[in-house]
Design a protein around this ligand. Structure first.
Ligand code: ADP
Length: 412
C-alpha cells in the first residue's frame, strides 16, 4: 500500500467512525423523541450536546407549563365544588357534562353516571321543561324539589361559551321560611292591634253620636282605658323584642341577683294581690355578668306568667341556685300546667295555649319570646317542664363563665 492509500484509508475510516457516531446520536434522539412521556434528554458532547441541552430546556419549560395548567384545572374545579350554588354545565342540547356537589344534592345528578343525560330527566316539573325551552338567561325559576324534605330551589339557565349552558341552582328553603314568618308576623301584629282598636272606635262613635250623661261618658272612658293599655303593652313588647334581636351583645356589667330577685318577687306579690303564696330561695353566692334590664325582663316575665296561670291559693317558688359549674334560675308554680304538645312552641311569637285566658290576664303572647332572646344573649337556655292540672317549672341555666362572686353574701 502506498503512503497515499494509507492516508486515504485512514481518512475513510475516520469519516466512517464520525458518521457512525452521528447516526448513533441521531438514533438516540429518535428513541428519546419517540417516548410518550419525555424523560430527561440524553447526555451528549459537542454539537449534539448543545442540541440535547436546548431540547431539554424546552422539555422542562413545557413540563412546567403543563403542571401549572393541571394545577389551575384542579383549583378551578375545587372552586366550582366549593361554591354554595349548584353548578351544572350542559352541552348545546342541554345534556349534562359536569356538575358540582351542590348541584348533585339539589338535582340528584351523579356527575360520572349521568354524563350525557338530558337535564330534563332530573327535574320533571312541567314548568321546568317550559323554562328550559324559553332559554331566557335573565329569568329565574322557583322549583319545589321532589324528595323526602320539602325544599325550594331557585334555578337559572345561563349561556356561556358558544351555545353551551350553565344551570345554576340555589336552595332558598330558609329564605322562603323567613318570608313566611315575616308575613305571619305582620298578620299577627295587625290582628292583635285591630281588636282593641275596633273596641276603641266603637266607644268613640257611641260617645260622639249621642248626647250622653257625663257619668256614662266616664264609664265608657273607663272601659276604653284597658284597650289602650293593651295596645301600649303590645307595642312595648314588640319594641323590646326588636331591640333584643338587633342590639349588640349585652354589656358584661355586674347584676346583683339577690336584689333583682327581691324586686321581681315584690312585683309578683303586687300582681297576685295576696291570692298566692310566693317564696324566694337563694343558695350559693353568685351574681351574673350581663345587662340588668334584659335579665330583669326575662325573670319578671317568667314570674308574672306563674302568677297569671296559677289559680287562687296556688304556690309559686322562685329560686336561684349557684354552684361552681353554673347557676340556675327557676320558677315553679302549682298552676294550670301545659299539655306536652304545646311546650316546644311556647317561645314562638304570639303562640298561646288558650287565647282567651292569655288576653284576659293581660298577655301579649310575646313574653316567652322575649325571655328566650334575653336568655340566649346571656348564654342561657330555657327549659320547660309541666304537668297539666298540676303546675310548671321554667328553668334558665347559666354557664360558669357568666357568674361573678356575689358582693352581697347569702344570709339564710
Ligand atoms: P302570654 O302573654 O300569652 O302569657 P307568653 O309568651 O308569656 O304569652 O306565654 C305563651 C303561652 O305559654 C301562654 O299563652 C300560656 O298559654 C303558656 N304559659 C306560659 N307560662 C305559663 C305557666 N306558668 N303556666 C301555664 N301556661 C303558661
Amino acid at each position: 500500500m502506498t503512503g497515499l492509500e494509507v492516508v486515504l484509508a485512514l481518512a475513510v475510516a475516520g469519516l466512517a467512525y464520525a458518521l457512525a457516531r452521528q447516526l448513533r446520536e441521531f438514533a438516540r434522539l429518535r428513541r428519546w423523541a419517540a417516548r410518550s412521556r419525555l424523560p430527561d434528554a440524553p447526555e451528549a458532547r459537542g454539537a449534539w450536546g448543545e442540541v440535547f441541552n436546548l431540547l431539554e430546556r424546552h422539555r422542562r419549560s413545557a413540563a412546567g407549563e403543563r403542571r401549572r395548567l393541571a394545577r389551575l384545572i384542579v383549583r378551578t374545579r375545587r372552586a366550582a365544588q366549593a361554591l354554595p350554588y349548584g353548578v351544572t354545565t350542559l352541552d348545546p342540547a342541554l345534556r349534562v357534562e359536569w356538575c358540582n356537589a351542590a348541584a348533585r344534592a339539589h338535582l340528584g345528578i351523579d356527575p360520572e353516571r349521568d354524563r350525557g343525560e338530558p337535564i330534563a330527566n332530573f327535574v320533571r316539573q312541567p314548568e321546568f321543561i317550559e323554562y328550559l325551552q324559553r332559554r331566557n338567561p335573565s329569568e329565574l325559576l322557583r322549583l319545589r324539589a321532589a324528595g323526602a324534605e320539602a325544599r325550594t330551589l331557585s334555578v337559572q339557565l345561563v349561556a356561556f361559551d358558544e351555545n353551551a349552558w350553565l344551570l345554576l341552582s340555589h336552595d332558598v328553603t330558609g329564605e322562603e321560611r323567613l318570608e313566611a314568618m315575616r308575613r305571619d308576623f305582620v298578620a299577627n301584629v295587625s290582628h292583635e292591634l285591630r281588636t282593641p282598636l275596633t273596641v276603641l272606635t266603637g266607644f268613640l262613635e257611641t260617645i260622639g253620636e249621642r248626647k250622653l250623661e257625663p257619668q256614662r261618658v266616664r264609664d265608657y272612658l273607663n272601659l276604653m282605658r284597658p284597650q289602650a293599655e293593651r295596645m301600649a303593652r303590645l307595642i312595648e313588647d314588640l319594641l323590646a323584642l326588636s331591640t333584643l334581636e338587633h342590639a349588640p351583645p349585652p354589656p358584661e356589667a355586674r347584676v346583683a341577683v339577690r336584689a333583682l330577685l327581691e324586686r321581681v318577687r315584690a312585683e309578683a306579690e303586687a300582681l297576685s294581690g295576696g291570692r298566692h303564696r310566693i317564696a324566694l330561695e337563694i343558695s350559693g353566692d353568685a351574681d351574673l355578668a350581663g345587662a340588668e334590664s334584659e335579665l330583669a325582663s326575662a325573670f319578671a316575665n317568667l314570674v308574672t306568667n306563674a302568677v297569671r296561670y296559677t289559680p287562687e291559693g296556688g304556690e309559686i317558688r322562685i329560686a336561684w341556685r349557684a354552684a361552681r359549674a353554673g347557676a340556675e334560675f327557676s320558677v315553679e308554680d302549682t298552676g294550670i300546667g301545659i299539655e306536652p304538645e304545646h311546650i316546644p312552641r311556647l317561645t314562638e311569637r304570639f303562640y298561646r295555649v288558650d287565647h282567651g285566658r292569655s288576653r284576659e290576664s293581660g298577655g301579649t303572647g310575646l313574653g316567652l319570646a322575649i325571655v328566650k332572646h334575653a336568655l340566649a344573649r346571656h348564654e342561657a337556655a330555657l327549659a320547660i317542664e309541666s304537668t297539666p292540672g298540676r303546675g310548671s317549672v321554667f328553668r334558665a341555666r347559666f354557664p360558669a363563665a357568666r357568674l361573678l362572686p356575689a358582693t352581697q353574701k347569702v344570709s339564710g
